[in-house]
Design a protein around this ligand. Structure first.
Ligand code: NAD
Length: 458
């Protein structure tokens, strides 16, 4: 069997590897560097910056722990160089994995010829034609912008551009308090920027639990980040001296923020222009390529996974969607029934602010909206021995469970290492566990995981 995979982000390269390990011949086509957005201009470089910011904050807090250290300063060039080294190292790792004898890697831009064939235009002008039994599209997304005046002016940068800044902007205005906006706000505040966030919705992280979002907002505000919610950005005006004025409407009054850089962080959109979907009649709309539960498009031999489908724009979602597509192919493309045990509705998400936030499953608001009776169990990091010992008392845990049988429906965490802690609850939820199940599992003491146990006991 042969499969062509278009796009070498985590969705594409992990699926390529999984397919090759099952004995399938794979052609992986990449228009950009291996690793896609996640590795080159998303998750990984951002996490390298988060870690630098964390080291800086730890140095600043040294005195509190009784450690005398010199006042830290930021060598931003070195911070960025280390970030590049991390990316380079991991890209080398992916390149090594792609040396699999059943994987052929083509660098170039793919376009559909028919339901089984793509042509690939290489960077050097060479043209290949690849025919396979199935094609999996994993071409990702690009930063979205606002249809407002000045959105493309010089001082306005994307989440890609901010990763190659040469200096820390003195004043950074961020449009959008979603995941990207908050992560960069947290990092650049640590590096010394005066950060203002303008968010259209009435709370930050609109897709997260409202309590969690409120607490995260308070915590970021205490760190000196100015956050304006219910603020609709209307225009960005270049002031001629390299600075920009961001004009926004709040409570019917026009206000503005002056900044050296303006980060546009209002979401990402599927990279639909990257392929000729219409020529093949692959169903899609503005929000992404339409797929069924098996990640199959309207053309049976073509699958789409990851950001291009417009769903959860998360690297790990793309990886597991790729596995689902592969499992469907391996099972002979059944039109109904399970092809694997992956639950694509149970995808944890994490925000790498300081402190971190993470969630899995339903929020309390979603349960209410669905008319589903739920109970919420809560605990606080300030009552957790490990968190207090670590000097990280700022944190909160909310577990949402079905009021009738105690089955866990969701977990929402804010506090140190939330991005790691969320997996315990994801595992429980994967097994359909109840609050009683969590309560009866012995948790080691003192650990942060005990916030979960404390919540179910509350
Ligand atoms: P997002 O959708 O998470 O947030 C965009 C924010 O912009 C929203 O809060 C929205 O209300 C706001 N907004 C929209 N129009 C606005 C306006 N006119 N004025 C002010 N605010 C406005 O998008 P994002 O943060 O750009 O991230 C893009 C995608 O990448 C998301 O799907 C995200 O989950 C993913 N991502 C994930 C991670 C992670 O898992 N840690 C990190 C980065 C990005």
């Amino acid at each position: 069997m042969r499969i062509t995979i278009i796009g070498a982000g985590p969705g594409g390269y992990e699926t390529a590897l999984a397919a090759a390990n099952k004995g399938i011949e794979v052609t992986l086509v990449s228009a950009g560097p291996l690793g896609g957005t996640c590795l080159n201009e998303g998750c990984i470089p951002t996490k390298a910056l988060c870690r630098a910011a964390e080291v800086l904050e730890n140095c600043r807090q040294a005195r509190y722990f009784g450690i005398d250290a010199a006042e830290p300063s930021v060598d931003f060039a070195r911070v960025m160089q280390r970030k590049d080294e991390v990316v380079e190292q991991l890209r080398g790792g992916v390149a090594f994995l792609m040396k699999h004898k059943l994987i052929t890697l083509l660098y170039g831009k793919a376009s559909f010829r028919d339901a089984h064939t793509v042509s690939v235009l290489g960077e050097d002008g060479s043209l290949w034609e690849v025919t396979s039994d199935f094609i999996i599209v994993a071409t990702g997304s690009v930063p979205a912008s606002l249809p407002i005046s000045g959105a493309d002016s010089e001082g306005v940068i994307t989440s890609t551009d901010i990763l190659s800044l040469e200096a820390v902007p003195q004043r950074l205005c961020i449009i959008g308090a979603g995941v990207i906006g908050l992560e960069f706000a947290s990092v650049f505040r640590s590096f010394g920027s005066e950060v203002t966030i303008l968010e259209y919705c009435k709370e930050v992280l609109p897709r997260f639990d409202t309590d969690l979002a409120k607490r995260l907002k308070q915590s970021l505000s205490r760190r000196g980040i100015s956050i304006e919610t219910s603020a609709e950005v209307k225009a960005v005006v270049s002031r001629g001296d390299g600075t920009s004025e961001v004009q926004f409407l709040k409570k019917d009054a026009l206000s503005s923020v002056v900044a050296d850089k303006v980060l546009m962080a209002v979401g990402r959109r599927p990279a639909l222009e990257s392929l000729n979907f219409d020529d093949l009649g692959i169903g899609h709309n503005r929000r992404g390529v339409a797929v069924n539960a098996y990640m199959q498009t309207s053309v049976p031999s073509v699958y789409a996974i990851g950001d291009i489908t417009g769903g959860m724009m998360l690297a790990h979602a793309a990886i597991f969607q790729g596995l689902r597509a592969l499992n469907h192919i391996m099972a002979g493309q059944p039109s109904e029934g399970c092809v694997d045990a992956i639950d694509l509705n149970l995808v944890p998400a994490a925000v790498f602010t300081a402190p971190e936030a993470a969630m899995v499953g339903l929020t309390e608001d979603q349960c209410k909206a669905e008319g589903r009776a739920c109970i919420c169990k809560k605990s606080f990091f300030r009552a957790n021995g490990k968190a207090v010992s670590m000097g990280e008392p700022d944190g909160y845990c909310k577990i949402v469970a079905d009021a009738a049988d105690g089955r866990i429906l969701g977990c929402h965490l804010f506090g140190a290492h939330s991005a790691d802690l969320i997996h315990e609850m994801t595992a429980w939820m994967n097994k359909g566990a109840t609050l009683d199940d969590v309560a009866s599992m012995v948790h080691a003491h003192p650990t942060l995981d005990e916030v979960l146990q404390a919540a179910v006991h509350s």
